[in-house]
Design a binder for this molecule. Structure first.
Ligand SMILES: Nc1ncnc2c1ncn2[C@@H]1O[C@H](COP(=O)(O)OP(=O)(O)OP(=O)(O)O)[C@@H](O)[C@H]1O
Length: 227
């Protein structure tokens, strides 16, 4: 669904990605140590930064020069790091905002409340008062309300209590099983490999290994992360 070819990109004159290629697959995990360039790669995928070289193809279309909103309109949704939501609005208001202007608005919101029972339980609570894990679920729910073809998730389990980590991992597995395409950055290598059809290891902005998720050993991946 999403194919990144020979991407060079960075911030100003600092190049972070040095010719990165990510193959198309239903679920792709991007692995690597802090600072390897994983978040930069996701920002590039959604169009927040533009490559100085390389091509981004989504659903057969070259979208390299498209802006983030145009990519969203084509079916991409991006959940950045940090459980972002509108803290002064309630859980429900956050979902309503994401659903604004869509047909079947209520059904879209209800589907996410059914998916995440904690969001239903705290529908009238301000998002800023939710736990980190609940805010992450809210961020994912907001993305899913847009009915994406591809969900881009940047470290969805980072800094979250273990019980909700398991719920979020289960959600990702369920979405994948239901046919959702996912581009996932994840520190938990074991889970990432279990979820992913393909994985890519980044080290200092270079791809040091790619392979099939289910078959890979975490030790091999760790070795590639350290190159
Ligand atoms: N807005 C920015 N401006 C300048 N440099 C940046 C910016 N964001 C990230 N970088 C640099 O780009 C490099 C890659 O960062 P990136 O956040 O993509 O790595 P990462 O693999 O996602 O790491 P982490 O897990 O810590 O988020 C780092 O050296 C970082 O300092």
């Amino acid at each position: 669904m999403l194919e990144l070819t020979d991407i060079k990109a960075g911030y100003g004159r600092t190049q972070v990605l040095h010719g990165v290629t990510v193959p198309s697959a239903d679920v792709v995990a991007v692995l690597g140590h802090n600072g390897a360039g994983k978040s930069t790669l996701l920002r590039l995928a959604i169009g927040l930064i533009k490559p100085s070289k390389g091509r981004v193809v989504f659903d057969g279309e070259d979208i390299t020069s498209l802006a983030p909103n145009q990519r969203v309109a084509r079916g991409m949704a991006y959940v950045p790091q940090g459980q972002q939501s509108f803290g002064q609005l309630t859980t429900l208001e956050n979902l309503q905002l994401a659903a604004d202007g869509r047909r079947r608005r209520k059904a879209l919101i209800d589907a996410q409340l059914a998916r995440f029972p904690a969001l239903e339980q705290f529908a009238t609570r301000k998002a800023g008062l939710l736990s980190g894990g609940q805010r992450q679920q809210l961020a994912i729910a907001r993305a899913l309300i847009t009915e994406p073809k591809l969900l881009i998730l940047d470290e969805p389990t980072e800094g979250i209590q273990p019980t909700i980590v398991a719920e979020i991992e289960q959600t990702i597995m369920e979405l994948a099983a239901a046919g959702m395409n996912v581009l996932l950055v994840e520190q938990h290598i074991g889970f990432a490999l279990e979820a992913a059809e393909r994985y890519v290891v980044l080290a200092s902005g270079h791809v040091t290994q790619t392979g099939e998720g289910g078959k890979a050993a975490t030790s091999t991946v760790r070795a590639a992360m350290a190159i």
